[in-house]
Design a binder for this molecule. Structure first.
Ligand SMILES: *Cc1c(COP(=O)(O)O)cnc(C)c1O
Length: 427
């Protein structure tokens, strides 16, 4: 399979190249030249690993990674994504059973397994700026992969306590920088590092950010499996309601639907950052600076994966025949956490609560609420609303009890350079 840029100005690439480059040379995002269409589907798959081996095979065709697909799937899908039946034809797809209790574990683990195989000898350095969830998932996924060094940059004092622990509990090949500045400073530092040609070359810098197609492909897998499981149990196609920021999770659902998996509708629930909602209303949006909300992992002003959605559905009217978007403010998030608890006895994180809020506004039946993080990660928000203690899942507990270490740095490239020695040369 070939992958092309959403901007059509750079040459088509095979999978390996798209994964290593991250971004196409024209600044666009890689998308499959044509999505495979599965005409006949098994009634059910055993687990995510089997689903992945089946549905990702066409993407790996002709690529040097092809023979390694089974082992990549085996190492990635070590935990499941259960579909929890709440009754009344409502289910929750729980994507938070990985090591850092958020859906980003799937993409980060897949990318780690792929890069490890693409760079078996030549050491590389990954740099990630994080406002909370991404850094932890990437660190957990790459920890102890010897040849790949990872630098995580987070804004000092600006992430939740549990998020900070998840970012700072690593050793070996992971280094965490507490940057004296805000998230924008962290992003700027990563960009400056990439633009410094000498630094980039001596460190063999590579990116693991959310626009890499390696983060999206594994996410199609849980939508495929969940839709088949739902149909096999309820004999009806479900609609999915997806908490949305950068549209990375949602684009995977659109791809799974286009590949022929039984997904009736796709509903996007945004927080007060309403660019995607505006796009659905008018076909365009005015980007405002990102607003801080209770669902902080969705505080995105410019949703980069919108290019991928437009590439798949250039005609908005057509897209809207099976998809819609909502914007949910912080008050509604609080009420929704309460209501999901009283109505379904379900404890949801603030991101998942946007999807429960959208559910209340929808007509029709057979909905799957996509749960993107475990509520224990956001105990400071959820516990006071519900006045309960949320038990911490075992995988998260493991991380939260490890010793922490990080390097405080000033928000300058000089400071980052001083604290980040070049990758060891091949020996
Ligand atoms: C990243 C994240 C989101 C948003 O996902 P996108 O792919 O950016 O749309 C939603 N919820 C949680 C918990 C996240 O970490």
């Amino acid at each position: 399979m070939k992958f092309i840029s959403t901007r059509n100005q750079s040459p088509a690439a095979l999978l390996s190249e798209s994964l290593s480059l991250g971004l196409a040379s024209d600044g666009g995002l890689f998308v499959p030249e044509a999505l495979p269409l599965f005409e006949s589907l098994p009634e059910k798959f055993r687990g995510l690993e089997d689903t992945a081996a089946f549905m990702l095979q066409p993407f790996f065709e002709d690529d040097k990674l092809g023979p390694q697909l089974p082992s990549i799937c085996k190492s990635t899908f070590k935990f499941e994504a259960p579909l929890v039946d709440l009754g009344q034809n409502i289910s929750v797809l729980e994507l938070f059973h990985g090591p850092t209790a958020a859906f980003k574990d799937f993409g980060a683990r897949f990318l780690a397994q792929v890069l490890k195989r693409l760079h078996p000898k030549d050491p590389i350095q990954i740099l990630v700026a994080t406002s909370g969830d991404t850094g932890g998932a990437v660190a957990a996924a790459f920890h102890k992969i010897n040849n790949i060094k990872v630098g995580i940059l987070f804004p000092s004092g600006k992430v939740s306590k549990r998020q900070e622990r998840q970012l700072t509990c690593w050793d070996k090949n992971i280094t965490t920088f507490s940057v004296q500045g805000d998230f924008d400073d962290c992003q700027r530092l990563v960009k400056e590092a990439f633009n410094d040609e000498n630094f980039r070359a001596t460190h063999h810098l590579t990116s693991a950010n959310s626009i890499n197609i390696g983060r999206l492909l594994p996410q199609c897998v849980y939508y495929a499996k969940a839709s088949l499981d739902y149909v096999s149990k309820h004999k009806e196609k479900p609609g999915f309601i997806i908490p949305t920021g950068n549209l990375g999770n949602a684009v995977a659902a659109f791809w799974a639907r286009a590949m022929g998996f039984p997904i009736r509708e796709i509903v996007l629930s945004c927080n007060a950052n309403d660019s995607v909602y505006q796009y659905y209303q008018s076909g365009a949006y005015t980007a405002q600076p990102a607003r801080k909300t209770l669902a902080n992992a969705m505080d995105v002003a410019v949703p980069s994966n919108l290019e991928r959605l437009q590439n798949l559905y250039p005609d908005l009217a057509n897209l809207k025949t099976f998809s819609q978007a909502f914007t949910i403010n912080d008050d509604e998030i609080r009420q929704s956490i309460q209501k999901a608890h009283s109505k379904y006895n379900y404890v949801s994180c603030p991101h998942t609560a946007t999807a429960f809020a959208a559910l209340e506004k929808l007509s029709g039946s057979h909905w799957v609420v996509v749960s993107t993080a475990h509520p224990a990660k956001f105990d400071e928000i959820v516990e006071p609303i519900l006045k309960i203690r949320i038990p911490v899942p075992e995988s998260l507990e493991k991380i939260l009890t490890r010793p922490t270490r990080y390097k405080p740095i000033a928000p300058t490239l000089e400071a980052l350079k001083k604290s980040l020695p070049p990758a060891p040369s091949e020996s």
